[in-house]
Design a binder for this molecule. Structure first.
Ligand SMILES: CC(C)(COP(=O)(O)OP(=O)(O)OC[C@H]1O[C@@H](n2cnc3c(N)ncnc32)[C@H](O)[C@@H]1OP(=O)(O)O)[C@@H](O)C(=O)NCCC(=O)NCCS
Length: 188
């Protein structure tokens, strides 16, 4: 298995396979896929995009993907989370976490390839040598492998039981100073 960086054209050219992995990993309803595609296409234009694909040796099959970008005002997630942190922890906290933040938008590994260290390796590669001071993300607020992995890498809860506009399950917003404190724990 190797993890490789995709430039913006390759990110866009491989959206279908990334969406297949997303749907399999999240057990997503097929109805969700078109809106997720639109979000990914929009994200591809964001500043500081870094997109990674985990590729199976021999077959060349993409079995995992992750991407992030610099969060800036005007982006939906950034603005919603900014308001959420201001409401619960104040303006200074929102500035500390979000003024210079890498937003990790997606991290997914196909179920057949999970628990082999791919997710961990992709998060380490996404966050390595960034100019931002923090990394932030949201994930379902439940006892999931993702929550476990993020905590292990040094992410702390910034918001819990957080409800994004438009409904859906409660989310946790997590953040970590960069470089990640958990990065030294295990080899990538
Ligand atoms: C979260 C996810 C990306 C992790 O990818 P992965 O390649 O399986 O993770 P790794 O093999 O690097 O494992 C990292 C840690 O998580 C743990 N872990 C992974 N899958 C697990 C599972 N099913 N149950 C319990 N722990 C699990 C590993 O044991 C490891 O912890 P350890 O070092 O203490 O052993 C993957 O589980 C996934 O795609 N999940 C569904 C989609 C999702 O939730 N994405 C995140 C959305 S924000």
């Amino acid at each position: 298995m190797s993890v490789t960086e995709l430039g913006r054209p390759a990110f866009l050219a491989n959206i279908d396979v990334q969406l297949e992995i997303y749907a399999a990993a999240m057990e997503a309803n097929p109805d969700e896929v078109p809106s997720r595609r639109a979000i990914m296409e929009r994200h591809s234009g964001n500043p500081g995009l870094r997109s990674l694909a985990a590729i199976e040796d021999g077959t060349g099959r993409i079995v995992g993907f992750a991407y992030g970008f610099r969060g800036v005002p005007g982006q939906w997630w950034h603005d919603v989370v900014w308001s959420g942190i201001v409401a619960t922890a104040g303006q200074a906290s929102a500035e500390a976490w979000l003024a210079s933040a890498l937003e990790i938008a997606e991290v997914h590994v196909h179920p057949e390839f999970q628990q082999r260290g791919i997710g961990r390796q992709m998060i380490l590669m996404l966050t390595a040598n960034r100019t931002e001071s923090t990394a932030v993300l949201s994930t379902r607020d439940a006892k999931t492998p993702a929550r476990h992995l993020y905590r292990q890498l040094g992410f702390a809860d910034l918001l819990t039981r957080f409800q994004f506009p438009g409904g859906g399950p409660p989310y946790a917003v997590m953040g970590a100073p960069l470089p990640l404190s958990g990065a030294a724990g295990k080899p990538a």
